[in-house]
Write a protein that binds this ligand. Structure first.
Ligand code: FDA
Length: 583
């Protein structure tokens, strides 16, 4: 067959993974074509929690402001509420998503960005518009059918769903960002572990003005412990705010073995009424859809010239809000590597580091998300367990916590503890930010891994040890404030040093030419281009003034030296050889 379309990178899927891959590749000047099955982007809210690491990625890709303009801001996300209905009795709250004062401070210290709530149907257009504006070609209504690889590229067969015909697209690399039922991952034979369809969930999107019940306790998530709520995935009915405070999404379980119920408007309305608890509130159902909770991840994310990203590789429940975040971060890790391999700067072996770095993250995310579901059980147990029993028994159990008895006092304490423990789902700053890579694209500096001083799931611990993300500190350049993270990114390597580090900047200049690689340099110190007015960078950098950090385009530290002693050019050359696979 004669290929009708040719490109460098073919991306299958326009969800968070595919759209961000297209955006990053186009930002780096890599020709790409994105095909997507439907003639539209996501038409329901789906994923929404957008964590600081993702916001950093979007900041680097130049769309942070577009997201902030539409997202619900962090301060309106953070009172996870447990209740018997929105209009019912409140059982407790958890300050969440960086809104607990100490965690809030940690968020401010950790990043120049803020987490926010950006529903997927709003996020996808931002990513896709950015990608198209920078040169991505998007083919709607185009379904991937199969692919074949050879030594030079990949030929994919696709179907134009409007015309009904099939044709081929020839690309040097293929990214399978085709979601939780990825055909690309299946065709590429990626080894998957875990289980699909472990529980059933129904998403009901509706309009209702709930201001009077929620504005005083603003939250993204209201958990409703109602009769029947233990059926299916998450153990409680979930009322999620889509747009403050009049568009909502309910997640309600169904018995996966029995299959989803008939999703009529009456059925949807009955669930909505039950969870709101006030029949006087006007409700307009917008859509209902059934989906399954999966627990699955790929052991490797690539096979030859085919790379998978997002739900194609890791499938898990929405707990901790990691789905779309991890998907966007996968693509960010992959895009600069593809660019450097495609333009001949790096050996194809650099691409192996994608799987080496991201597969452990995916595994951790799948484990965490599933663990979070289990960790909700103590909330139910504190209320006498929710199933099996009659609704009357449930209400009696819930009411019992108000008694002036020793048992009730113990119950109140258990409930408080159980809700506070949910910080591992709703305030897990470490899960969001503590990703540290080990691969051939990270050059160890001989230091021992110091581990984490505090719980690594709850607390972020900045480090400049190779593999860690560059720590954030506010710097100044004249009257302009900028983050250390703003020095990096932009699709290029950055060498960061201080006073006395001139040998490093000179070496970066020489080696940039030698390797045909753009290496930006940044000197931080009094009287330099960048100053450290608060001394924050000096406290975080873990190197001396004349030391150096080589930061990759994704702002992870690839190489670190304490000072400028010895042959710095040779040391940096060896590091670049290793990172770029140009042994
Ligand atoms: P995603 O599934 O978003 O995108 C896949 C893309 O590939 C789509 O554009 C699709 O059309 C396309 N595609 C698939 N097969 C194709 C083919 N053969 N040819 C061409 N294109 C193809 N998460 C969460 O945190 N909270 C939530 O409430 C929900 N709710 C939710 C509801 C529903 C109905 C779904 C399906 C998913 C969720 N999720 C969620 C999960 C969340 O949406 C998910 O983690 C991310 O969207 C993953 O992003 P990806 O880009 O990897 O896949």
């Amino acid at each position: 067959t004669v290929p009708t379309v040719e490109t460098d990178v073919l991306i299958v899927g326009s969800g968070p993974a595919g759209a961000s891959a297209a955006l990053a590749l186009s930002t780096y000047g890599v020709p790409n074509v994105m095909v997507t099955r439907y003639s539209r982007l996501a038409d329901t809210p789906r994923a929404h929690i957008t964590n600081q690491r993702t916001m950093e990625v979007l900041r680097d890709l130049g769309v942070e402001e577009d997201v902030i303009a539409q997202a619900t801001p962090q301060h309106l996300m953070g009172n996870t509420v447990f209740c018997t209905a929105i209009a019912g009795e409140e059982l407790g709250r958890l300050r969440s998503w960086g809104n607990e004062p100490l965690v809030q401070a940690a968020h401010e210290l950790a990043s120049p960005t803020r987490m926010c709530d950006m529903p997927q149907h709003l996020m996808e257009p931002v990513l896709v518009n950015g990608a198209i504006a920078r040169g991505s070609q998007l083919r709607f209504g185009t379904e991937y059918l199969s692919h074949e690889q050879d030594a030079d590229g990949v030929t994919a067969m696709v179907r134009d769903r409007l015309r009904g015909d099939t044709y081929t697209i020839r690309a040097k690399y293929l990214i399978g960002a085709d979601g939780g039922r990825s055909k690309v991952a299946e065709d590429a034979g990626l080894p998957m572990g875990g289980q699909m369809g472990v529980a059933g969930s129904i998403n009901i999107v509706f309009d209702a003005d709930l201001t009077k019940y929620v504005a005083h306790r603003p939250a993204t998530l209201y958990w409703v412990l109602a009769p029947g709520a233990t059926v299916g995935g998450i153990g409680a009915g979930l009322v999620r705010c889509v747009r403050t405070w009049n568009e909502w999404l309910i997640v309600w379980g169904y018995d996966v073995d029995a299959g989803p119920p008939d999703l009529t408007e009456e059925y949807a309305l009955s669930v909505v009424r039950k969870l709101i608890g006030d029949d006087e509130i006007p409700v307009t159902i917008k859509s209902s859809s059934a989906w399954t909770v999966n627990e699955m991840c790929a052991e490797t994310y690539s096979s030859g010239r085919v790379f998978c990203a997002g739900d194609a590789c890791h499938r898990h429940p929405p707990s901790n809000g990691l789905g779309s975040n991890t998907s966007i971060q996968d693509s960010y890790n992959l895009a600069w590597k593809l660019k450097l391999v495609l333009d001949g700067t790096a050996s194809p072996s650099l691409l192996d580091t994608y799987s080496d770095e991201r597969a452990p993250v995916g595994k951790q995310v799948v484990t965490r998300a599933n663990q979070s579901i289990g960790e909700t059980a103590p909330v139910f147990e504190a209320l006498g367990g929710l199933a099996p029993q009659t609704p009357e028994q449930l209400w009696r159990n819930i009411a019992a916590r108000k008694d002036a008895t020793t048992e009730a006092e113990e119950q109140r304490a258990r409930l408080r503890e159980a809700i506070a423990f949910k910080a591992y789902e709703f305030n897990a700053h470490g899960v969001d930010l503590n990703q540290r890579y080990t691969s051939a694209a990270i050059v160890p500096d001989g230091t021992e891994d110091p581990g984490f001083a505090r719980d690594p799931e709850l607390h972020f611990q900045p480090s400049t040890r190779p593999g860690a993300k560059l720590p954030h500190a506010w710097l100044s350049a004249g009257t302009r404030d900028l983050s250390t993270l703003d020095l990096g990114g932009n699709g290029r390597f950055t060498l960061i040093t201080g006073i006395g580090g001139e040998p490093w900047t000179e070496a970066a200049c020489i080696l940039g030419k030698e390797f045909g690689l753009e290496i930006a340099t940044a000197v931080i110190g009094p009287g330099q281009e960048y100053e450290d007015p608060y001394g924050d960078w000096a406290r975080l950098r873990e190197i001396g003034d004349s030391g150096a950090l080589l930061v990759r385009p994704d702002n992870h530290v690839a190489f670190r030296r304490q000072d400028a002693t010895g042959d710095v050019t040779a040391a940096l050359r060896d590091a670049l050889r290793q990172i770029l696979g140009r042994g």
